[in-house]
Design a protein. Structure first.
Lengths: 223, 354
């Protein structure tokens, strides 16, 4: 099988496993919406610009971490022992990253929609909301490309959620710094063209994390 | 003998560094040119003839007060101001007499004195209530300029003042941390590149150097925070350089926690080597690459994170370079002791198991 069809197969398999057991994804979405609703209870519909932005990114970040910390079906030792001999580790990492991109993209889209619904669109209107959403999607891409690797590492170490947080959160700080700055720029009415370099920076970080993962994952994977 | 000489050399360098860091005096500088106009009005003085108080730090004006001269400068325009009275070493009263129209409102203030040499206060004077005429000229200047006659001293920097000594403590911490994390990086590469069934010898090296590197990283954060409290007024500010430093230390803390959570020795060696390579690349990006693209309050940053040649004069260099070398030697020494301790611990465990 070629690399491409391997990746497609692994991705399809992951999605199928996810959809077969819908409690997992439903749990994530309920977590995200409940978090947004808590923010709504605390601030009401007219949150200040800065707190709107801060709350949005904190909820997005933790919804993302929550999504990734779910045990991955293929991390079972038996499945891993089988996959080690059948697919290239890089293909497996790519499939894993793509899957996380889809998962985090879904979770952050729902979270963002809930945010707009509950906390109002006072600070975002028309194209600004679209630009903000682009930032949200690119942030979840960066999170996915980093956490795919970190999740594999943590599950190999047998550390669970706290280890993912300890290993992943410091590395995520640069991403969140860029995202929050981008969001607050948009909300303060700075033209998209003048703050778009933040998006480029997010894309660069994603590419960097992916490249590092691509080089290092085989060492993590083999016995 | 060679074994010992570099350790002795390191200690000697650090002794020299600590001695000079805290004993070399700070050079003189100008703090402020303060308007005394209100007092002058009470005395019935003309509005355009006002008095200013010149305040210095570490200056020596009361020795040879007659040779103190004060000059205003705006581009090519230079004009001398009369010194009314030298109060003490650091305070003097200056009279100001200007024509109705002046070429500019804001002026740089320069003073010259036989002991202090020429000192400079950028935009030290701002004139209110005068009309500006760019073509206006001022009387030409004729004065004798004295070179400075000071003992060996550290340069005066506005707002930084005595805290310039922190250069010898704070910056070498990060250089030493880079060196130790670099040792850990190389050890991790060698750990991963050895054939299957290899020992975890390199892994122990990486662990020891990260442990010692963390000590230097934390000391770097503490010395930086203390300095920031005095110069920026806050223990911590939101700045790219500071964020990068904090993230780096947190990432390496994650490395040590990861080591603690894996039991099996071979797996621990591999996983922590992978994470360490990740961490070092992130360190390079955050502390060496990113600060070049962002603006930062941190000295020497804002485009160029290397040390700025304008800020570092020969008196600082004479202490700074030995400081870097001395701290690096001390760090290497600490790393070797730590590594020996780890080896002995391992041996002890094996003996206990038997």
């Amino acid at each position: 099988m070629s690399a491409l069809s391997n990746i497609r197969f692994l991705l399809q398999h992951a999605i199928r496993v996810e959809l077969r057991n819908r409690h997992g994804i439903a749990g994530l979405l309920v977590f995200a919406v409940a978090a947004v609703y808590t923010c709504y209870q605390a601030t009401g519909t007219h949150a200040e610009q800065e707190s709107w932005n801060a709350l949005a990114w904190v909820v997005l970040l933790f919804a993302g971490f929550n999504a990734v910390s779910k045990p991955w079906a293929d991390d079972d030792e038996g499945v891993r022992a089988f996959l080690v001999h059948t697919v290239r580790p890089q293909d497996w990492l790519i499939a894993r990253t793509l899957y996380y991109m889809l998962l985090l993209g879904t979770v952050s889209t729902v979270t963002f929609a809930a945010f707009l619904l509950f906390l109002g669109m006072d600070h975002l209107s028309g194209w600004t909301a679209v630009h903000y959403y682009t930032g949200v999607l690119l942030t979840s891409t960066a999170l996915a490309s980093l956490l795919a690797m970190i999740q594999a590492l943590a599950s190999r170490a047998g550390g669970g959620f706290s280890l993912i947080a300890v290993l992943g959160l410091p590395l995520i700080i640069p991403v969140i710094l860029v995202s929050t700055r981008y969001g607050s720029d948009l909300m303060r009415g700075i033209a998209f063209g003048d703050t778009a370099h933040h998006l480029l920076f997010l894309a660069t970080l994603s590419a960097g994390f992916s490249a590092l993962g691509y080089i290092l994952f085989p060492y993590l994977w083999r016995d | 003998m060679i074994q010992r000489s570099w350790k002795i050399g390191g200690i000697a360098l650090l002794a020299y560094v600590f001695w000079t860091t805290f004993t070399v005096p700070l050079g003189p500088g100008l703090l402020e040119l303060r308007n005394l106009e209100r007092a002058a009005v009470v005395d019935g003085l003309d509005r355009k003839v006002s008095a200013y108080e010149l305040i210095g730090l570490g200056t020596h004006w009361s020795s040879r007060p007659d040779d103190l001269s004060v000059v205003l400068r705006k581009k090519e325009n230079l004009t001398a101001l009369p010194v009314v009275e030298v109060i003490d070493d650091t305070h003097a009263v200056i009279g100001l007499t200007l024509h109705d129209a002046v070429p500019s409102r804001s002026w740089d203030v320069l003073i010259n004195h036989p002991v202090d040499g020429t000192l400079f206060l950028q935009n030290g004077l701002f004139l209110d209530g005068v009309s500006v005429d760019e073509t206006a000229t001022l009387p030409a200047l004729a004065l004798t300029e004295f070179p400075s006659d000071l003992p060996h001293h550290f340069p005066f920097q506005p707002r930084i003042f005595e805290t310039i000594r922190n250069l010898m403590l704070h910056v070498p911490m990060w250089f030493t941390m880079f060196l130790l994390m670099g040792i850990a990086f190389v050890a991790s590469i060698r750990q991963l590149s050895q054939t299957a069934g290899g020992s975890s010898l390199f892994d122990l090296r990486a662990e020891a150097s990260v442990q010692v590197g963390m000590v230097f990283g934390v000391l770097g954060l503490l010395t930086g925070s203390l300095w920031a409290r005095y110069t920026w007024g806050a223990w911590w500010v939101d700045d790219p350089q500071l964020n990068g430093a904090l993230v780096t230390v947190l990432v390496y803390a994650g490395y040590l926690i990861l080591r603690g959570s894996v039991e099996e020795e071979r797996l621990k060696a591999r996983l922590s080597a992978v994470y360490n390579l990740f961490a070092f690349v992130i360190l390079m990006i955050l502390l060496m690459v990113l600060p070049r693209f962002t603006e930062s309050l941190h000295p020497g940053k804002g485009g160029n994170p290397g040390f700025n040649s304008y800020d570092l004069d020969s008196s600082l260099r004479a202490v700074f370079y030995p400081a870097v070398l001395g701290w690096m030697l001390l760090g290497t020494w600490m790393y070797r002791i730590r590594l020996q301790a780890t080896h002995l611990n391992q041996k002890l465990h094996r003996l206990n198991d038997q």
